[in-house]
Write a protein that binds this ligand. Structure first.
Ligand code: GLN
Length: 492
């Protein structure tokens, strides 16, 4: 099946003209037609644009002018602005929004010849861990519990549509954004590789903002090497994003072949959360064993401020969100609701346009930033954030990378954890640290739980040292030999 190929394989076969880019794109569009009505991973499918891009890719291949991703079909999280293609952020307020500009990341993917199949579903404005807050309906995880095939599981969030699309073979890879875990957690829930690079590695320009100091664009793929190929295209300095780092982009694919001999790998003891399921603890130990066998040294380290990570995140992220979302006023973007006075128009537009979780975040954010509470919450959270960053810096004096579980559980069912926002926020326990510190982290599928659901392990590295993170990830991927497939997939 064409839809089962990795990006690396497809790239080679396209160049050898074993099939055309149009064939490959058609196979994925067909998979979308069959599976998307059930999984709801795409908000918008760009059928004719994808075929036009595939035809252009075939012409480039015929000319011998192939680039890194020529003819590779990808799915784009509907948070990346795409010229002429509606970009909703899964919100009612942006339902009619068709951007006149292209995000830098998607522009770079197009520059390298990628084909865009469409825009994927997400939690509204990327706020959530289940894809249940989308105004365009929930996404179904293509994986099923062995003993309970009727349960509809969440793909994780916020980039749940991208993860479901890649897992179900509707797309070969996808873009996501990770503010507190939104690439790594859905990757873990869907048996994928999810890459959150260093802060500043991928431009945020043209990506709908959630929390600007925490937002990280990055890729989803089915293999570590494919993740490296995608990040290579997405990364790079962008003068249009003042936080974009002006550092060269190394050869991530080559880094995947480096091995781990002689590396020092840290195990942060504070990540042993109470109540962590025994099978996740066991998988973690197994992962450390793989690295030890491959010649790495395992070292215990301490990240003493880990326990403040979630509280800090859930102050900083809503604060920045409340400020970023002030721009949706019914004047500049998207939908408008009329009102007798200007202020009524603002109020009506925002009340009709934002869902419950987004409104909750705006209220928390404006509260922690308000004059009376700024010092008690926001300022203090920023100070704790500095301590969390220092923890990572101290740990990286001793080790080259850290290994932790990605999530405290496997995928849960739709409706679970819905009545208590705090339960939902706990999903991000192991992921938010890397966002607060801006360090790179990858989740790889490492094993299955007793229900046959994928579980991820997380590899965290030094700032801008994605290469070591890829080297360790690739070694663990080889050892894990993860070959399980989701029940709902093209040809499945
Ligand atoms: N689940 C986290 C939140 O709800 C992270 C979301 C994200 O990374 N975009 O904020």
């Amino acid at each position: 099946m064409l839809t089962d190929l990795t990006i690396a394989e497809a790239r080679e076969k396209l160049r050898a003209r074993e099939f055309s880019a149009v064939d490959l794109t058609m196979a994925h569009l067909h998979a979308i037609e069959t599976l998307n009505p059930r999984l709801n991973a795409f908000i918008t499918v760009s059928h004719s644009q994808a075929l036009d891009q595939a035809r252009a890719a075939d012409e480039a291949l015929a000319r011998g002018d192939a680039r890194a991703l020529t003819g590779i079909p990808l799915a784009i999280k509907d948070l990346f602005c795409t010229v002429g293609v509606r970009t909703t952020a899964a919100s009612e307020i942006l339902r009619p929004f068709v951007p006149p500009y292209e995000s830098t990341v998607t522009a770079q993917l197009l520059r390298d010849g990628a084909v865009f199949l469409g825009k994927t579903n997400l939690d509204e404005f990327a706020m959530g861990s289940s894809n249940m807050t989308s105004a365009y309906g929930p996404v179904e995880n293509p994986w099923k519990r062995l003993q309970d095939e009727d349960a509809v599981l969440v793909p994780g969030g916020s980039s749940g549509g991208s993860a479901a699309a890649v897992a179900a073979r509707m797309s070969m890879g996808a873009t996501g954004t990770d503010t507190g875990g939104s690439i790594r957690q859905p990757a873990s829930f869907c048996g994928l590789v999810g890459v959150k690079p260093s802060y500043g590695r991928c431009s945020r320009w043209g990506v709908v903002a959630f929390a600007s100091s925490l937002d990280h664009p990055g890729p989803f793929a089915r293999t570590v090497r494919d993740g490296a190929i995608l990040l290579g295209s997405m990364a790079g300095h962008d003068p249009k994003d003042s936080t974009s780092a002006d550092v060269p982009v190394p050869d991530y694919e080559a880094a995947c072949r480096r091995g781990v001999k002689g590396l020092r790998i840290g195990v942060p003891k504070e990540y042993r959360s109470d109540g962590m399921p025994a099978e996740i603890e066991a998988l973690w130990q197994k992962g450390l064993g793989w690295l030890r066998d491959a010649g790495a040294e395992i070292v215990d380290v301490s990240l003493p401020h880990t326990k403040y990570g979630l509280a800090t995140y859930y102050i900083v992220a809503p604060a920045e969100a409340s400020s970023n979302l002030a721009r949706y006023d019914g004047v500049r973007y998207g939908a408008r609701q009329d009102g007798a006075e200007l202020s009524d128009m603002y109020g009506n537009t925002r009340a009709a346009g934002f869902g419950a979780e987004v409104r909750r975040r705006i209220m928390i954010g404006t509260y922690v930033l308000s004059a009376g509470y700024y010092d008690a919450y926001y300022l203090r959270a920023q100070k704790v954030r500095a301590l969390i960053l220092r923890d990572f810096n101290d740990a990286f004096q001793q080790v080259d990378a850290l290994i932790t579980p990605t999530t405290p559980s496997a995928a849960f069912a739709q409706g679970e954890k819905m009545d208590d926002p705090i339960q939902m926020y706990l999903n991000d326990l192991f992921t938010v640290g890397a966002n607060l510190a801006g360090v790179p982290a990858i989740s790889i599928p490492a094993g299955l739980d007793a229900n046959g659901l994928p579980l991820g392990l997380q590899i965290i590295g030094k700032p801008f040292d994605e290469e070591t993170v890829f080297a360790v990830s690739a070694e663990m991927e080889r050892a894990a030999g993860f070959t399980a497939l989701p029940q709902l997939r093209a040809g499945g």
